[in-house]
Write a protein that binds this ligand. Structure first.
Ligand SMILES: [Zn+2]
Length: 259
């Protein structure tokens, strides 16, 4: 029985390289086969790229919506081109990218977010790279832009939309990664059920989204706890939950297959 953490942030300021080495024994103990390590700002790209040297790690690089204004002045095509050259098949997607109306209330800044997001979706099409989406209090606008422009596979990470938005995402053929805090957040559980086991994978979003408020820094070894919670939700054996969520992540990110 093996698990995948489909989205997390194992980098500074939360993790040092030696913290990550220290966690290795827990990854083995908890059967964490693969970790999709995400840097959502260029200042973390080099750290995360370094982690790709380990077999267990695959990488996604994003531009989080709160830095959309800076991204307007970046040469994204060149930047992504360079990292894809370095990382080769360890680079598995562009993200997280998207819209965040929770932190950004100003309409002009939200407009910039939409502009940059649109630009990034088109870039993903051009580079033929999968998208990993962050959307906070902006689900409808996010889905509208994705529906209009995205020609590549889409994973909605920690998606917190309502029933209608989740159904719309499923109609569009998107996947959803459910964070470990489904143990304490009802809407995460509802999303998992609405999306169905065939469309979900598990993520920790480390260092965030821990299974309990008492855990200050989440890490990928917590994935099986979320898996056990899905056993209750779907009334299926743990082996089935592990197999299905792991296969969904393997297929989405096109990782080496697991026997
Ligand atoms: Zn994240």
């Amino acid at each position: 029985m093996e698990w995948i953490d489909a989205h997390c942030h194992l980098h500074d300021p939360w993790f040092t390289h030696s913290d990550i080495s220290d966690l290795e024994s827990q990854f083995i103990e908890n059967n964490i086969k693969y970790i999709i390590n995400c840097a959502s700002e260029p200042k973390h790209y080099d750290f995360v790229t370094h982690t790709a040297k380990q077999d267990r790690f695959y990488i996604t690089l994003g531009i989080q919506p709160t830095i959309a204004l800076d991204a307007k002045h970046m040469n994204l095509l060149q930047m992504y081109g360079n990292y894809i050259d370095i990382l080769k098949d360890k680079f598995v997607g562009i993200g997280e990218v998207g819209l965040d109306y929770y932190w950004v209330k100003d309409e002009k800044q939200r407009e910039i977010q939409r502009e940059v997001f649109t630009q990034i979706i088109k870039l993903a099409n051009e580079l033929n790279q999968k998208l990993i989406i962050h959307s906070r209090k902006a689900e409808t606008d996010c889905l509208t832009l994705l529906e209009k422009y995205a020609q590549v596979p889409v994973l909605l990470h920690s998606f917190d939309g309502n029933l209608k938005e989740t159904e719309r995402a499923m109609d569009l053929g998107y996947k959803i990664s459910i964070p470990t805090n489904l143990t304490i957040r009802k809407n995460r559980r509802k999303t998992a059920i609405r999306a169905g086991l065939e469309n979900i994978m598990l993520e920790t979003d480390s260092p965030f989204c821990a299974v309990s408020e008492d855990i200050k820094r989440n890490d990928p070894s917590q994935i099986p706890i979320a898996g056990k919670y899905l056993v209750k939700l779907f009334e299926l054996p743990i082996e089935e939950i592990s197999h299905r969520t792991t296969q969904n992540a393997v297929e989405y990110y096109k990782l080496s297959n697991i026997t």
